[in-house]
Design a protein. Structure first.
Length: 166
C-alpha cells in the first residue's frame, strides 16, 4: 500500500495509533490537536454521520460510518467553536483514493462498484475486467464513497502529501 495510505481495515476499525483522516477543513499539523477540544460539535453537525471520536479524543473521518461518504457540506467546520476546522481553506483535505493490486477488475473479474458510486466520476474501469480501476487524482475529492463498496477492499484513502499525526 502506498506510503501514507489508510487501509480499509484502518478505516473500518481505526488505525492502531488512533491516527486517521481528520475532518475536512482541519488546520494542518499539530495546530489541529492543540486547538481542537474534542467537544464533538463537528461530529454532531455532520449530516452524513461520517465523523467519529477517535481513541485520542479528537474527531476523525470514517467513511465506513453513517452514509459512507463526505458531502463537503461544511456543517462540521461551521459548528467548530475553536477554529480547528476552517471552511475558508480552499480544499477540504488532501485525501485521494488509491487502488491496490487486489482490484477485482485487475484480476479479470468484471467489477465497477467504485466507479458506480463515485460522485465526481473520478474512477475509470476498463470494460470486461481488462485492467485495474484507475483514479483520476485531479477529480477525486477523497470523499470515501468508493472505499466501502469495494468487495475486495482494494481501495484506500491516501494523503496527497503526508501530514503528521496529532
Amino acid at each position: 500500500m502506498p506510503g501514507g495510505a489508510l487501509s480499509r481495515r484502518a478505516l473500518l476499525f481505526g488505525s492502531e495509533d488512533a491516527c486517521g483522516p481528520r475532518p475536512p477543513w482541519s488546520i494542518p499539523g499539530q495546530a489541529f490537536a492543540a486547538r481542537c477540544t474534542g467537544c464533538e460539535a463537528c461530529i454532531r453537525a455532520c449530516p452524513e454521520r461520517v465523523l467519529r471520536r477517535a481513541p485520542d479524543g479528537l474527531p476523525r473521518f470514517d467513511p465506513a460510518a453513517g452514509r459512507g461518504e463526505c458531502s463537503f457540506c461544511g456543517a462540521c467546520a461551521q459548528a467548530c467553536p475553536t477554529g480547528a476546522l476552517l471552511h475558508t481553506q480552499a480544499r477540504p483535505w488532501n485525501l485521494r483514493a488509491m487502488v491496490a493490486d487486489a482490484c477485482l477488475s485487475g484480476a479479470g473479474i468484471v467489477c465497477a462498484s467504485c466507479r458506480e458510486v463515485c460522485p465526481e466520476q473520478a474512477i475509470r474501469v476498463p470494460p470486461g475486467g481488462r485492467g485495474m480501476a484507475m483514479v483520476e487524482a485531479a477529480r477525486c475529492t477523497g470523499c470515501g464513497a468508493c472505499t466501502g463498496v469495494c468487495p475486495a477492499g482494494a481501495i484506500a484513502l491516501a494523503a496527497a502529501e503526508e501530514e503528521a499525526c496529532a
